[in-house]
Ligand binder design. Sequence first.
Ligand code: FAD
Length: 294
Amino acid sequence: MSWWRDLKATVIRDEPLKNKTNFKIGGKARFFFSVKNEEELRELVVISSKHKIPLFVLGAGSNILVSDVGIKGIVVKLGSGIFKEISFSKNNSVEAGAGVRLAELIGKTSAVGLSGLEFLAGIPGTLGGAIIMNAGAWGKDIGSIVESVRVMDNRGNIELLKRKKIKFSYRHSGLDSYIILGAVLKLASDTKDRINQRIKEYLKLRSNTQDNAYPNAGCIFKNPAGTSAGKLIDACGLKAKSCGGAVVSSRHANFILNKKNASSKDVLKLMNLIRDKVKSRFNITLEPEIKIWM
Ligand SMILES: Cc1cc2nc3c(=O)[nH]c(=O)nc-3n(C[C@H](O)[C@H](O)[C@H](O)COP(=O)(O)OP(=O)(O)OC[C@H]3O[C@@H](n4cnc5c(N)ncnc54)[C@H](O)[C@@H]3O)c2cc1C
């Protein structure tokens, strides 16, 4: 059954995913596609439903842990064409494709004197990944500046969802059943100097607190209500704790570092150990922030 033969997008068979993730962990995707428009994506969505082949959407790979055995399905990246476009409108809004990197979006909006994205500086994801995760930092999240989101459902239908229809909450958008195609964000005008100054400050705060000495996926667990996962993990004495090549950062206890060619099993083992210790000491169940692709 060569279902991929007549598709508009070109398949890459057995594509290694390891270097497409920040963690630098994971096996191969059986079918990998980089799509450049909605039609190419729709074909894949329809075929994956028809043949019951699991479909995973890859953003920048900054918040995923991919299994060592890889993905026995379709991995699709919104990697070019309309998914990388950015356009501005007169009312201080910016519209961007889901595949645009946050860093590029921040750079382009600040260059035309549009403010509102500075708090996202240093988050290594795409707009699509940021919206689905409701990415945020320093008490703000991207949901608060979303005007509308263009999505595709699992039958290939496209919808434009207005802000008030989306239930954003902490690291949650409620949009998990959709593929994010792009979004309109509401920004405000400001001077380039003031915007760039804020970006610098946020980047400094980040480099003072996070640990990027080794590959990682950012915060592993969500913060439970009223406290930080990092504090709980630290209080359990787990900084520098390791399983194989995966090590809890000594700077930021909610970061797991891939220090020595860690496997996904090493990371999962360490995550389970952390969860068990935090549960038995504080009676709090930590919930993963990263997405685990099995
Ligand atoms: C060093 C570091 C620091 C970080 N700091 C922060 C931070 O301060 N705050 C924060 O919130 N996060 C942070 N992160 C996590 C991560 O960068 C964000 O969650 C980011 O928004 C994920 O985007 P991505 O494109 O990399 O998504 P990926 O990691 O590629 O994917 C994450 C999930 O989103 C899904 N997805 C991606 N694109 C789409 C799409 N177009 N449509 C539907 N689903 C999609 C994927 O299927 C997957 O389930 C950090 C990560 C790192 C490595």
